[in-house]
Structures are given as C-alpha cells and as structure tokens.
Design a protein around this ligand. Structure first.
Ligand SMILES: [Zn+2]
Length: 84
C-alpha cells in the first residue's frame, strides 16, 4: 500500500486518545460509487501507535468531494469520444 505523508503533527490522536505525532497521509484507493468502481486519492490520518488509518470529519468531506470529482471525470471520459 503506497501512502504519501503530507503532514506530521504532534497532537491528540483521536484513534488511541494519546498525544503523539499524527500523520496526514494520501493514498490511492478504489471505491464503489453509484455502482461504479472509482479510483481516487484519499486523505487519511494515520496512527503509528495503533497502526490504524482513520478519517476526521473534514477529511471525510474532502474525500467525498474527491470521489465525486473522480467519478465525474470518468463519466465524461465514457461519454465523450476523446481518448482519456
Ligand atoms: Zn494514535
């Protein structure tokens, strides 16, 4: 699993409820959205302590926008005659 670390910040981790360096990561994931598989770059928070990926509310919203954007992009590729 390829993940890119976007940011590292020492703060209270809502996953393990300890204060430590929490990473903001980005990775390519596949989601089923409106019955179609969509690849997109998702943003997660990573907890080293629990080895757990999770999303906060803001990231959830951001990821939702990204899914829709990826979906619309693929949609326009399928309906147009251009090679994407
Ligand atoms: Zn943690």
């Amino acid at each position: 699993m390829d993940m890119i670390v976007l940011n590292t910040e020492k703060r209270l981790c809502t996953c393990c409820m300890e204060e430590h360096e929490v990473k903001t990561v980005q990775m390519k994931v596949q989601m089923t959205f409106k019955n179609r598989k969509v690849d997109y770059e998702a943003i997660y928070t990573y907890c080293d302590v629990a080895d757990e990926l999770y999303m906060d509310e803001r990231q959830m919203e951001e990821n939702h926008i990204r899914i829709k954007f990826a979906y619309d992009r693929e949609d326009s590729c399928l309906t147009s005659t251009d090679i994407c």
